[in-house]
Design a protein around this ligand. Structure first.
Ligand SMILES: [Fe+2]
Length: 378
């Protein structure tokens, strides 16, 4: 931990920390991380001090107080893992949880916790966003209005690489209002790994810590199992061994997300790392019958016809400048368009809609697990 702190201090430096403090004029806005059936973590952006405690309520007008863990600020530590955070625990599963503190009074903010059973839920996915472009902000506004339970980011969170200004201007300023109401689960893109292999970006989050400090992880939401991978280290035997075990876990729905697409017809088609993902990862995912695989890297939207049970989508149009896209007979849809993906899971149906900057539909598809009716049956 001390090693990491030192790395961050070296990268970001005192000047950046001072600039960040100067910009600290708005009320601190914590963002949600790692929401489970009984716990959630609130994290304050780097350089912003938190109140001493946060109160939460699941309805009934009874408020419980949780103390803030305070371990320094940006000024003395760099934008490190030592930000202020508070873990809300003892939450009810499937509840609407309100939280409040000095910064958001008199109106509290709220979020939802998952259930151990089937209930409808909504998540969003997008990638390749962090440029502070008009498209990125337009999509962020639309996404915030979707009221998702959580959001997946398929990597390249900040261009051209992670800096303190980038974290603020190209990420938290844009998604902060949404991230206060639903957790963001990121994976590392190639740009995110340009600074200390992604440590600074991971350290401002509180992604599931097991088994790889947020580099790859899984979580559950109702009847779905989500697996996040780090394809920058595609050949990491520890990750692949872990993945093979994860893929054996029983679940109704399984969604896997990572940055580099195994299948794409675009700028990155022949990237060595994409070819490795196709060789190493795709057969595993298809053999396991993963339902949906979400990637980024090519700044386009692409959906492929299912391979076995597995549907692949490239959702890399989160705000960075768009790339050329071609089509193949294996494509269902290919569009060079800024967008995000909205996914609604309801029982044995999953419905996904790709939505553009004007709110227009770019793609709309469903995956059903209902047994097919035999047309010969009466
Ligand atoms: Fe990328």
């Amino acid at each position: 931990m001390h090693h990491r702190r030192e790395i961050l201090r070296r990268i970001f430096g005192a000047a950046a920390a001072a600039r960040a403090l100067k910009a600290q004029s708005t009320a601190p806005l914590p963002f949600l991380q790692n929401v489970t059936q009984s716990e959630a973590t609130l994290v304050w952006p780097p350089a912003q001090s938190a109140p001493l405690s946060v109160e939460w309520s699941a309805g009934s007008n009874r408020w419980q107080s949780c103390p803030t863990t305070y371990a320094g600020t940006w000024a003395d530590l760099g934008p490190s893992a030592q930000q202020s955070s508070v873990k809300l625990s003892g939450l009810p599963a499937g509840g609407r949880i309100a939280y409040r503190g000095a910064w958001n009074q008199p109106q509290e903010t709220s979020f939802r916790t998952p259930l151990p059973s089937a209930a409808p839920f909504r998540f969003l996915a997008f990638g390749d966003s962090g440029t502070a472009s008009d498209a990125q902000f337009a999509l962020a506004r639309l996404m915030a209005a979707e009221d998702p339970d959580f959001t997946l980011h398929t990597g390249d969170v900040i261009y051209p690489y992670t800096t303190p200004e980038g974290i603020r201007e190209r990420y938290l300023d844009c998604y902060g209002p949404m991230m206060a109401r639903c957790p963001m689960y990121i994976v590392l893109g190639n740009h995110d790994c340009m600074v200390e292999e992604g440590d600074p970006l991971l350290s401002i989050h509180r992604l599931p810590a097991q088994p790889a400090s947020g580099r790859y992880y899984s979580f559950r939401w109702n009847t779905a199992h989500f697996i996040a991978l780090d394809t920058n280290s595609i050949a990491d035997p520890a990750m692949l061994t872990w993945l093979d075990r994860e893929l054996l876990q029983p679940t109704v729905w399984r969604v896997v997300f990572f940055h580099h697409p195994p299948y794409t017809r675009g700028t990155h088609r022949a990237d060595p790392i994409c070819l490795e993902v196709e060789r190493i990862l795709a057969p595993r995912l298809e053999r396991a019958g993963v339902d949906l695989v979400l990637t980024g890297h090519d700044h386009t939207y692409q959906r492929f016809l299912p391979i076995g049970q597995t549907t692949y989508c490239v959702t890399g149009g989160g705000g960075a400048s768009l790339y050329y896209v071609g089509t193949t007979p294996r494509h269902a849809v290919a569009a060079s368009a800024h967008h995000y993906l909205r996914v609604d899971v309801q029982g044995l149906m999953l419905r996904a809609t790709a939505i553009g900057t004007e709110g227009q539909t770019i793609d709309d598809f469903t995956i059903s697990k209902y047994p097919r009716r035999d047309p010969r049956a009466r």
